[in-house]
Ligand binder design. Sequence first.
Ligand code: SAM
Length: 283
Amino acid sequence: MIIRAALSDGAAALASVSETPFLDASLLLARALGASRERVLAMGPEELDETGGSAFRGLIARRAAGEPVAYILGLKEFRGLEFGVDERVLCPRPDTELLVEAALRTARSFAASDRAPLRIHDAFTGSGAVAVALAAELGDSAAVSMSDLSPDALELARENARRLLGHELPAALSDCMEGVDGPFELVTANPPYVTSMFCDGIYASGGKEPRLALDGGPDGLGLYRRLAPRAREVLAPGGVLAVEIGDEQGSAVSALFRAAGFGEVDVLRDLGGRDRVVLGVSP
Ligand SMILES: C[S@@+](CC[C@H](N)C(=O)[O-])C[C@H]1O[C@@H](n2cnc3c(N)ncnc32)[C@H](O)[C@@H]1O
């Protein structure tokens, strides 16, 4: 069989489990052949040998069983960095880049007003995607730390910081920032925000990511309810809390921020026009 036909068969086998079957198949074939995806796409008319074909079929079977491509590859690109990921953590999503962009704008506005080095804490850090991206992009102008309730996630976040930054980031095992001492100028968070009932559906249909990373309780808002008052305690005056939210949570999370005493509460939308980030300023 030629490469182009193998790719098309692989993509067809993934059509019911993936929104991007051809992309997935090409990434998996690249892994099976130990080549780049670009090289694989250029190899269309060449024959796929038996060893490569068998490896590819094995990877397609894993993906067809619901395993995310990022877990199969052990890597996920986020803001130009290749994060190690596996079943200990949520795979970083493109949506979360908006949280990083909002945090960078906030950080740079502080830096312009001479608050550097900025103290930033990323709660619910998972793979460390947000913390490590901020540390990479802000360099010496920020001191970034991170926390998570899962020791397994935190271990991976530490590994990602070491490999991608070349140094450690302070990392705390903590339930919703309990025991994490401020003050911070900026707290970022992408907490679990899916409702428990929706989560039940995800796991009934074979979801592989940790439930701890997704389940935000009966209304999906449980962690925002706890985080907003806790963030008030650790933020310096004028400090900012920036959180990612689900696309129907803008007004509910804004109300929780206001109830906790935050001012200048703002909801940012993604490119699809959906609520995605809420920001608030601690008085
Ligand atoms: C949606 S994932 C976010 C991961 C990462 N920040 C990202 O954006 O890709 C949520 C993370 O929150 C952690 N978590 C869940 N409940 C927590 C709690 N009560 N306190 C701290 N972390 C918690 C989970 O272990 C998971 O790593």
